[in-house]
Design a protein around this ligand. Structure first.
Ligand SMILES: NC(=O)c1ccc[n+]([C@@H]2O[C@H](COP(=O)([O-])OP(=O)(O)OC[C@H]3O[C@@H](n4cnc5c(N)ncnc54)[C@H](O)[C@@H]3O)[C@@H](O)[C@H]2O)c1
Ligand SMILES: O=C(O)CC[C@@H](O)C(=O)O
Length: 526
């Protein structure tokens, strides 16, 4: 019989499902070393946000087939390490949406009416009505940052409370925002005009410290900010300073840069700040939902069936998967690449299946392309199951074309994304059985394997340009691993594709496009 270890408190409904197919050990509060010692006995690991599943734990889990995260964020799991070991990681993308949205709404109202401090004061035996005069949310402006599942529900309820809604989400269509009664604006305008700002975005390199000393300085002195998404999206020291100095009115935080929250100046602030210990998903209903959702997937995988919300491995039948696997990787890589070249909001994606891929069996490649395209916006929340729905909700039109006559490679895939900032295309193929190569970027032929960090330039093909770019990158201490130029005619327009050893420093694109002859530059992380 299979063995499952559950390392965080999980609702009994989930445990009951697991016991149908496995012997289940519930061991909460284990130290990392203790888990490493015993994980080798188990086929499945089930957690919430409390357990950090590191590479070390994954490597010690020699029998592990699946890690189940009873919640949305898988940022406490080393997903690449699990993928390398062929371990499926599953989550529950929607089980706690309402709970988290309601927590954010509760924070908005509690902050406006000083409920926690007023309650504590009465319990201390006081009757102080002057200190706790509040503010109404009716007719105030709420800025929703991230109009995904949770942000959408917050917007819907806030609308019903009579709030005016602004939203910032570069990956959402104007139509979708309008359906929710939100005016889609840029972040700067939202920051400047909102009375309340509520964050519902994933934590990514782009969103880390999105709220910092500069953005806080642009807010109204009466503004209040709520973070029930992820710690680290707000710079906590800058926030504490802004509140102390009365530069903004208040904040409510459910999530922190480091959890559990240790010594922090946030704790010393008064009624302007409300702190809760990551309770967004902590409702009875949400815990039942996520426990059932994830336990069912663990049960299915242990029975040899596919998982429905795998964040790292597609939920396809094993035969189809085996055949398409290398091409799925190609499609996802091209999706990520074209999404980053297009930048901004993508309105349509044209997927062209060429050569031997021009058959109906290749349909999963369209889904894999969308998964790659949406990764920038949704990170681990996008998977093979929800990619098409997420694209539809974002108003992305998907056009699928097939060309069996293309003969350059056995099979190749071309993606063209059109967005608010223009149109870009990429083509790729497999060399040998599974080596991915980019064969065309924006109509310029190249032949390079993709690497994690890349830089693409659009420039005029003229003497000296490669040297100037090389020196500029050198001055930023950027090491070039490989470089290739693609051009159609000599001294015409050309594309340069560079593989870089490390992430490119911020602001470098601004410097690159100052080099005479370079018209555009794009940094890409794959
Ligand atoms: N406090 C809790 O207990 C709790 C519970 C559930 C979820 N969460 C967190 O809440 C957040 C939102 O979850 P969700 O289920 O709504 O996710 P979601 O994927 O449905 O929505 C996220 C939205 O953020 C947008 N986005 C991505 N990058 C952005 C950027 N740079 N700027 C603006 N928008 C951007 C995406 O387009 C998407 O619409 C996640 O961080 C999740 O981990 C917290
Ligand atoms: O497990 C929890 O309670 C938190 C979950 C939440 O942060 C999530 O990402 O789903």
């Amino acid at each position: 019989m299979s063995k499952v270890i559950v390392c965080d408190p999980i609702d009994q409904a989930g445990i009951d499902i697991l016991t149908q197919v496995a012997s289940v050990d519930v061991k909460t509060g284990l130290q990392p070393g203790e888990l490493i010692e015993i994980i080798g006995e188990y086929d499945a690991l089930m957690i919430r946000s409390g357990t950090r599943v590191t590479q070390e734990i994954i490597e010690a889990g020699t029998q592990l087939k699946i890690i189940g995260r009873a919640g949305v964020g898988v940022d406490n799991v080393d997903v690449p390490a699990a993928t390398r070991r062929g371990i499926v990681v599953v989550n529950s993308p929607e089980g706690n949406t309402i709970a988290a949205a309601e927590h954010a709404l509760a924070m908005i109202l509690s902050l406006s009416r000083h409920i926690p401090d007023a309650n504590a004061s009465v319990k201390r035996g006081e009757w102080d009505r002057k200190t706790f005069v509040g503010a109404e949310v009716y007719k105030k402006t709420l800025g929703v940052v991230g109009l995904g599942k949770i942000g959408s529900h917050v917007a819907t309820v806030a609308k019903a409370m009579g709030m005016k809604l602004l939203a910032y989400d570069p990956f959402i269509s104007t139509e979708r925002a309008e359906q929710l009664g939100c005016q889609l604006v840029d972040m700067d305008l939202l920051i400047q005009q909102a009375d309340y700002i509520t964050l519902h975005i994933p934590k990514t390199p782009e969103t880390t410290h999105l709220i910092n000393a500069t953005t806080l300085a642009k807010m109204k002195p009466t503004a209040r900010i709520i973070n029930c998404a992820r710690g680290g999206i707000i710079d906590e020291s800058a926030l504490a300073a802004a509140i102390k100095e009365g530069r903004i009115k208040g904040a409510a935080l459910d999530v922190f840069e480091s959890e559990p929250l240790g010594e922090s100046e946030l704790r010393s602030l008064g009624k302007e700040i409300i702190l809760t210990p990551h309770l967004g998903a902590s409702t009875t209903e949400a815990q039942v939902n996520v426990a059932i959702d994830v336990a069912e997937q663990i049960r299915d995988v242990l029975l040899g069936l596919p998982a429905r919300s795998a964040v790292n491995i597609p939920g396809l039948g094993p035969d189809v998967l085996e055949e398409l696997k290398p091409y799925m990787q190609l499609a996802e890589t091209l999706g990520k690449l074209v999404g980053q070249l297009a930048g901004g909001r993508v309105e349509s994606l044209n997927v062209r299946l060429q050569g031997e891929l021009a058959t109906n069996k290749s349909q999963p490649l369209v889904v894999a392309s969308l998964k790659g395209l949406l990764y920038q916006a949704l990170r681990e929340r996008v998977n093979y199951v929800n990619a098409s729905i997420e694209a539809k909700e974002r108003g992305i039109r998907v056009i699928e074309t097939r060309d069996a006559s293309a003969r350059d490679y056995a099979g190749s895939l071309r993606l063209e994304a059109t967005g608010t900032l223009g149109t870009h295309s990429v083509t790729g193929a497999l060399l040998g059985e599974k080596e991915i190569h980019l064969t065309d970027v924006d109509g310029f032929p190249i032949n390079v394997p993709p690497s994690k960090y890349m830089l693409f330039t659009l420039h005029r093909d003229m003497p000296g340009i490669i040297g100037k770019l090389g020196s500029l990158l050198g001055s930023f201490n950027v090491n070039i691993a490989s470089m290739q130029v693609g051009r159609k005619i000599v001294r015409g327009d050309a594309v340069m594709a560079l593989s870089i050893d490390d992430p490119l420093p911020e602001g470098i694109v601004t410097e690159i496009i100052k080099v005479p002859g370079i018209r555009d530059a794009y940094t890409v992380t794959l």
